[in-house]
Structure formats: C-alpha cells, structure tokens
Design a protein. Structure first.
Length: 199
C-alpha cells in the first residue's frame, strides 16, 4: 500500500517493533565461564526496585551514576553480562555473525578476487521513479522523466520504492553480470561464490 510507503514515521515504527520483537524472542545473556557462578548469584540477589530507579533516571537525564549499594551492584552486573541478539537486524552481534560468515567463506573458497561497490542512481532511473509512484512508461525506449527536483522529491518521499529498486538492481547484477549459479561465466569469469552487505 503506497500510503504506508510514503508515511514518514511508519518505516521507523515498523523497524523498531521488529527489533523489539526479535530482541525479546532471540536475545539472551552471555558471560564468561569464570564469572558464571558469581553472575548467577548476583542475578538472584538483584534489587529490582534499584534497577527500575536507574532505568527511570536514565530515561530522564540520559546518563546516571550509582548512588546506593544496590545500584552499584546493578552496574557491576551490567559490566559482567553482555546482551546477545544475533537475529536482531542492526545489532552488534548481527555484524559479528556477518564477519564470521565472511571468514568461513574465505576459508572454504579462498580470498575474494574482486571487491565491488556500486550505488545505482535511483533518481535518474525510470524503474525507481515508477516504484516511487511516478507515471513512467517503462515500455518506451526513451520515457519522459520529470525534472530533477521532482525526481529527487519522489525518491525522498518513498524510501520503500527506492529500496525495492535497489534490491532489483542487486539481484540483476548477481544474475546477469556475475551469473552466479549458471553454466556460462559472468563478466568477471566464473563466479564460485559472493558475499554482499548493505551499508
């Protein structure tokens, strides 16, 4: 529905809800083995009221310092425990998993030969403008495009359309330029494997 695509707040709300859901379903606590017994004991003896006070004060001021012994114990526990959420998009653990995947791929296939970075010019491409809601004749060999200002506004007002266009271009690059998984070699020769990330 294009009404949700052009809403400025909707993508952020959905992404935040996805992160909250993933954190609650896939997140867990991690600590070193030597600290396990002491961490377990500290968790059982944790003063929840002191923790709630810290959370309330940090939400108001942004930074807090422990004032009581119970709050100091909460701070000590936070230094011993890491929150791991490998399935949460954008988390530090997700980035660590990506690095581990890349290392495993290097061990299995060898060092990458090409490092390719490309950024399709979305506001100049008829397909992107079509995804963003502009009336573009994609069957025409030279479709008429709006002026530069209108094109920039169309892309800025519909980030979902721009994301769909980027996804389409990446898949076309893998299928037509690299020709991964096909018998005939691609532009750079036979492609055994690839790994891509989005900034």
């Amino acid at each position: 529905d294009r009404r949700f695509q052009t809403d400025r707040c909707f993508p952020f709300i959905v992404f935040n809800q996805e992160q909250i859901r993933s954190s609650s379903q896939a997140g867990f606590l991690l600590t070193s083995r030597k600290n396990f017994d002491s961490v377990a004991d500290k968790l059982l003896k944790l003063d929840r009221s002191a923790l709630n006070d810290l959370v309330a004060r940090s939400s108001q001021t942004g930074r807090v310092s422990p004032e009581t012994d119970a709050e100091r114990q909460c701070f000590e526990l936070m230094t011993l425990v890491d929150h791991v959420a490998g399935h949460v998009d954008g988390s530090n653990t997700a980035r660590k998993y990506q690095r581990n995947e890349l290392r495993s791929l290097i061990f299995a296939r060898g060092v990458p030969i090409f490092f390719i970075t490309f950024a399709p010019a979305d506001y100049k491409h008829p397909l992107c403008l079509f995804y963003c809601g502009e009336r573009i004749d994609l069957l025409s060999s030279s479709p008429g495009l709006p002026n530069s200002d209108c094109r920039l506004r169309a892309v800025a007002n519909n980030p979902v359309g721009a994301a769909r266009f980027f996804d389409k271009m990446v898949n076309m690059f893998i299928r037509c330029v690299l020709r991964y998984g096909r018998e005939e070699p691609g532009l750079f020769g036979p492609t055994k494997s690839y790994y891509g990330t989005v900034e």
